[in-house]
Ligand binder design. Structure first.
Ligand SMILES: Nc1ncnc2c1ncn2[C@@H]1O[C@H](COP(=O)(O)OP(=O)(O)OP(=O)(O)O)[C@@H](O)[C@H]1O
Length: 469
């Protein structure tokens, strides 16, 4: 095992700490602070591993990584970076880095990675994809860096991914990033929201149907699986998938083949699955509502998106990002004062990034000065009242209209799908407020108890889920 390490780091303090930790593990360490010196040392000696910072005294360590990998293909490279963006993580891993450590990092983990790198030198899974551009995810909190690390590891393979997180945390955006940056980027990205579709239509949406398969099937229809062939299928709200559809989905994933509803032909499909849910699947598995075998199929790589309130550092960059986007969308271009940003960072954002985004758009529209100040934020928060995520009626309609234009509804189901989108949170809200008591929930809603029960069944909402105690 070659325990000679080259450390390229222009921060002396960090270099000293890393060097002594590596030496404690039996490494012989050479160090330098520039690309020129790095190349000179590399040419002279056979190193077992190189650890390098990104920003060096004479340039970008990742930009020149390709040449290093070409000249020394067997030498694993570990990247240390203070530029903790998705872009850096992707550039590092797609440039062939063995590991990527956002700063500040855990020294023990770094040393462990160096040991592992020299131990399995030959097995480094270098990837050759071009790094993507237009990277969509904002936020440099520790939690998001972990997300970027995972995404960058998923680009060269087709492993199934399960994205977990509350509503509005960015699950769909993560799915899109995995698709856009990965090797399937030239294929389609197709999304299906299991909570938005009446349960009797889900299988036909997923797998398509033949003409005459059921009443209303007046023509053959191609399902989302076939549409996603060669690309990625994003299965949103997977926890809302009815039992029969779960079984059929599992069969499709196991065999790589589907059959249209009412059809007999087996059709081979090549799709990468990214699923997402805001529900806790463990109790659903325990109570038999979600198939355990399907869970394991989907959960090959879990990605957890914490609620926005647990990554406060991301709030200001997100708010500034949305202000820029609002200006691109034709709203007045606004700045944000430091106090206003600090106030935003302290809000609970129960609707997560989506709620922050809507709030920032509203602030951009309604602010009276070029710079949004803390007073404006306070006023708008008061308008929101206790609801936190409530919107002004006019704004709400605009949001719904914008949302509708972004959906890919199946032909002939728009009305049901769109209404279910509203009805589902409404039912959940009523059940939550009444602790799962259906009689009280029906009274609160002002509808008949039997109607409530029927709709809960159709929407696949389990009132038990909301019972207290
Ligand atoms: N990290 C982020 N950077 C930039 N925009 C974000 C980020 N996270 C979320 N958003 C934006 O917030 C909104 C909600 O995100 P998204 O739809 O991906 O959430 P979700 O978790 O899939 O929500 P749901 O569970 O309700 O479907 C979108 O407009 C998305 O573009």
């Amino acid at each position: 095992m070659n325990r000679k390490a080259l450390l390229v780091e222009d921060d002396n303090a960090i270099a000293t700490v890393i060097r002594s930790a590596l030496e404690d593990e039996g490494f012989a360490v050479d160090s330098c602070d520039s690309i020129a010196e790095r190349d000179r040392l590399l040419a002279g000696d056979g190193y077992g591993v190189m650890l390098t910072d990104v920003m060096l005294t004479d340039g970008d360590g990742i930009a020149t990584l390709g040449a290093v990998r070409e000249a020394y293909p067997d030498m694993p490279v570990i990247i240390l970076s203070a530029q903790n963006t998705l872009d850096t993580a992707v550039r590092a891993t797609s440039g062939g880095a063995f590991e990527y450590f956002p700063k500040p990092f855990d020294l023990d983990e770094l040393v462990r990675a160096a040991c592992q790198a020299v131990a399995n030198r030959k097995s480094s899974d270098a990837q050759s994809e071009e790094p993507g551009d237009g990277l969509p995810l904002i936020g440099r909190s520790t939690a998001m860096q972990e997300v970027y690390r995972l995404i960058s590891r998923l680009l060269g393979n087709d492993l199934s991914v399960l994205v977990l997180g509350e509503s509005g945390t960015g699950k769909e955006l993560v799915a899109e990033a995995i698709h856009q940056l990965g090797k399937r980027k030239s294929g389609p990205f197709v999304a299906l929201n299991a909570a938005a579709i009446p349960r009797e239509l889900i299988e036909s949406e997923l797998f398509g149907h033949e003409k005459g398969a059921f009443t209303g099937a007046t023509a053959r229809s191609v399902g989302k699986f076939e549409q996603a062939h060669g690309g990625t299928l994003f299965l949103d709200e997977i926890g809302d998938m009815p039992a029969e559809a779960q079984t059929r989905l599992l069969r499709a994933l196991q065999s790589g083949r589907i059959r249209r509803v009412g059809g007999s032909e087996e059709i081979a499909v090549d799709v990468r699955i990214v699923a997402a849910t805001n529900r806790d699947l463990a109790p659903m598995i325990a109570s038999g509502m979600f198939r355990e075998d399907l869970f394991y199929r989907l959960n090959v790589v879990p990605i957890r998106l914490p609620p926005l309130r647990d990554r406060q550092d991301d709030i200001e960059p997100l708010a500034r990002h949305f202000l820029a986007r609002a200006a691109d969308d034709g709203l007045p271009r606004r700045g944000l004062s430091r106090e206003a940003a600090a106030l935003l960072a302290r809000q609970p954002w129960r609707g997560n990034v989506r709620e922050l985004q809507n709030f920032v758009y509203r602030a951009a529209l309604l602010a009276r000065q070029d710079e949004i100040d803390a007073a404006t934020i306070k006023e708008l928060l008061v308008d929101d009242g206790d609801m936190g995520s409530a919107e002004q009626p006019a704004d709400f309609a605009a949001t719904v209209e914008r949302w509708l234009t972004q959906q890919q509804f199946g032909e002939g189901v728009l009305y049901h799908e769109a209404l279910a989108q509203f009805e589902r949170p409404l039912m959940r809200h009523a059940l939550r407020r009444t602790g799962g008591n259906q009689l009280k929930a029906a009274q609160l809603l002002g509808i008949n108890r039997n109607t409530l029960r029927k709709r809960l069944g159709e929407l696949d909402i389990d009132p038990e889920h909301y019972t207290q105690g």
